[in-house]
Design a protein around this ligand. Structure first.
Ligand code: CA
Length: 537
């Protein structure tokens, strides 16, 4: 894309006569709460141009932000000029930390990438200011979002009960219907099922019999026993077997944490977990599960290759979607399998922990002499149609409006979406909500398909989960310490027991080892942060 040379010059004179009755002041040193110097509502925000210094990371292909159409529009509308300090995104965290340490502060950080640690540290020492009052008085769009989505308000609220940063996110589906609420999709070879005269399994025992038939009955018809009944990747975020454990009453997500009745539960100490491991360990002994499922933990490419062998050999697998594994020619041969009932009729799916939003996307510093104007400026980016343009690019370049909805224009020839997005969209703040995706902006077709598929699992999904909790720096430090050791040990034993059996004899020692590592404290810290989240209003 060619650099745009057009620069739009806007003088304060034109707008001043309209909005402030020609009252003229010299410059932009608007003092705090001096509401006569800016418009509390409507546009422009100020009659005479005000400049704010804002630091932001920038993607490699992005132009300087003052050359982006979307920011030119925003300056035209608001009369607020931004003196951007655009830092290449690869250097950003380091440069940001240097700026904060030096005390040479901008007015605000945009696409700020403030970690929870940063937010607590720099709010406690006063480097960044609380936004609660500003949201209430000068950010109607943010306020509306937080009223409509109280879970986002809880999510951005600091452990001290105040809000110091604004969120960013794209809600692809919401709640248990979110695009990633069950990342482990289990696909089975329907062509082989048809050939063998078998039905898509609905229970674990039926699946067992199908896998035996895949192994023994030469469904690919080449006269060789070369079929691989089932492959996955142990503990990979979208390829693990943990949701099949749900047939025993409790699924096992990657972090081994689920929530029931407000209580945080560690799955890998439960009887359900033990029973599931005993059950699936037998499948490994019978040769129904590919043993490489336990060794591919650093490289999913080997799983991709198993789906694309010249003779079709893959019976079933777990992954985010089927095409990546088996390729476009074979995708029609595989079907998604719903939640499978266990031997006692249990049928549970975990609801993945985490959130679709990030916090720390925008912060205002104590150096800012115009926090109200800054608040009004950033609030423009939370108006839903503007948020979409900030995330993907402006109307005219990326979108056209059809019946009030933003619809994607065809991409310029030879341009990839990801690259184009870097050039036209700062993607620095704002939340595109699930409702926005229905009413005002088009969603990528592949995302729509996946959200539809998640519906197969939601009736069986846990009713609660842990959002990305806001820990204090002390909590984070201790929790991470325990989590690392706990995860390594638990996951190692899980793989060993599934591959070789032996859980019965080692279970008691395992439980006492977890106590020594600090599992009780780990749960306690997690529970405290979850309780705090729930108590935010
Ligand atoms: Ca064969």
């Amino acid at each position: 894309m060619k650099k745009r040379v057009l620069s739009i010059i806007f003088t304060g004179i034109i707008v001043s006569s309209t909005f402030l009755g020609g009252c003229s002041t010299k410059e932009s040193n608007v003092s705090k709460s001096d509401v006569s110097k800016f418009n509390v509502t409507g546009l422009p925000i100020v009659k005479q141009k005000v400049t704010l210094k804002v630091v932001s990371p920038k993607a490699p292909l992005a132009p300087s932000y003052n050359e982006m159409t979307i920011f030119k529009k925003l300056e035209e509308q608001t009369n607020v000029h931004i003196d951007w300090n655009n830092i290449p995104d690869t250097d950003y965290q380091e440069k940001k930390n240097l700026l904060l340490a030096s005390g040479d502060l901008p007015d605000a950080f945009y696409n700020a990438g403030f970690s929870d640690y940063d937010l607590v540290k720099y709010s406690q020492d006063g480097t960044i200011i609380p936004l609660d009052d500003l949201i209430d008085k000068y950010m109607p769009n943010v306020k509306k979002l937080l009223e409509k989505k109280p879970e986002i308000k809880k999510f951005i609220t600091s452990p001290d009960g105040k809000i110091y940063s604004l969120p960013i996110g794209e809600e692809m589906g919401s709640g248990q219907g979110a695009i990633g609420s069950n990342p482990y999709f289990f696909f089975i070879n329907k062509k082989w099922l048809d050939k063998l005269g078998m039905k898509i399994p609905t229970t674990l025992d039926e699946l067992h019999d199908v896998l035996v038939a895949f192994k023994e009955k030469d469904p690919n018809g080449n006269g060789k026993k070369d079929e691989n009944p089932m492959s996955f990747i142990h503990m990979w975020w979208c390829a693990d077997i943990g949701n099949l454990f749900g047939g025993f009453g409790m699924a096992d997500p990657n972090d081994h944490l689920i929530v029931r009745d407000g209580k945080v539960i560690y799955t890998a100490v439960r009887e359900e977990y033990k029973e599931a491991i005993q059950y699936f360990s037998k499948w490994v002994q019978e040769g129904l599960i590919d043993k490489e499922s336990f060794t591919l933990t650093k490289d999913p490419n080997a799983l991709f290759a198993k789906g694309k062998t010249s003779e079709q050999t893959l019976g079933s697998f777990i992954w985010w979607e089927e095409t990546e594994i088996v390729g476009p020619e074979r995708e029609k041969d595989y079907v998604l399998v719903g939640p499978l009932k266990g031997p006692k009729g249990e049928q549970k799916i975990a609801w993945s922990n985490g959130s679709q939003w990030g916090r720390g996307a925008f912060v205002i510093t104590k150096a800012n002499k115009n926090p109200e104007i800054t608040a009004r400026w950033i609030d423009q980016q939370f108006e839903p149609k503007m948020t979409a343009q900030i995330h993907w690019g402006p109307i005219g370049e990326v979108y056209e409006e059809k019946d009030g909805k933003l619809v994607n224009k065809p991409l310029p020839e030879g341009v990839a979406m990801g690259e184009f997005r870097q050039k036209v969209a700062p993607n620095g703040a704002g939340v595109v909500t699930a409702e926005d995706f229905e009413k005002i902006v088009d969603m990528e077709p592949r995302a729509k398909v996946r959200i539809d598929r998640v519906k197969l699992f939601t009736p069986y999904m846990e009713k609660e989960h842990l959002p990305s909790l806001f820990y204090t720096p002390e909590e984070v430090e201790r929790r991470n310490q325990i989590e690392t050791e706990l995860g390594e040990y638990v996951n190692k034993k899980r793989a060993q027991w599934l591959m070789n059996g032996g859980i019965e004899g080692e279970w008691d020692k395992y439980l006492s080892d977890l106590k020594k590592i600090g599992i009780d404290e780990y749960i306690k810290i997690t529970q405290a942060a979850y309780d705090r989240y729930n108590s935010n209003k």
